[in-house]
Design a protein around this ligand. Structure first.
Ligand code: FES
Length: 152
């Protein structure tokens, strides 16, 4: 005899099933990536479908997306069921483009790495490891890394 599936999972069950820490689940909830309901006793419970959203977040992170980007991508997908192929295609296409860009970036980095072998200077002006394609210079003058993010 099998145990019937419950519609709601506790945070412990969700953490165990997804492999994601309680603290991360609470953070995802804070960001609006997943939603919890509270029991009368104030305990969080999650719809079983939340496991699918967490799988999506993990996959998005594997592709290199930020949590904000994952949230944007999930906004275009149905929340309570698996997406159809037509619904999934634009997301997968965007991810494919993202992966292609990352591969191209890594290939460029590899091609410009020769000067770093045995060097160790990590110079802003000439090091492809520390400042590939002079990204810091393109963001403006001065010590970009020392400025608070909002001033960069
Ligand atoms: S470590 Fe010196 S150029 Fe990269």
């Amino acid at each position: 005899m099998t145990t019937p599936l419950r519609d709601r999972l506790s945070i412990g069950e969700l953490a165990a099933r997804s492999g994601i820490a309680h603290s991360a689940l609470r953070y995802y909830e804070e960001l609006g990536l997943i939603r919890a309901e509270r029991t009368a006793g104030g305990r969080r419970t999650y719809a079983r479908q939340t496991l699918r959203r967490l799988a999506f977040i993990k996959a998005a992170q594997t592709v290199g997306l930020s949590l904000e980007e994952a949230r944007e991508a999930m906004a275009d997908l149905p929340a309570e069921r698996s997406p159809s192929m037509d619904e999934w295609r634009p997301v997968a296409t965007a991810w494919q483009e993202r992966i292609d860009e990352q591969i191209a970036d890594l290939q460029r980095l590899r091609d410009h790495l020769t000067g770093c072998v045995g060097c160790g200077c990590l110079s802003l002006g000439r090091c492809a490891l520390y400042n590939p394609q002079d990204i810091q210079g393109a963001q403006g003058p001065g010590a970009r890394r020392l400025l608070p993010k909002r001033e960069r």
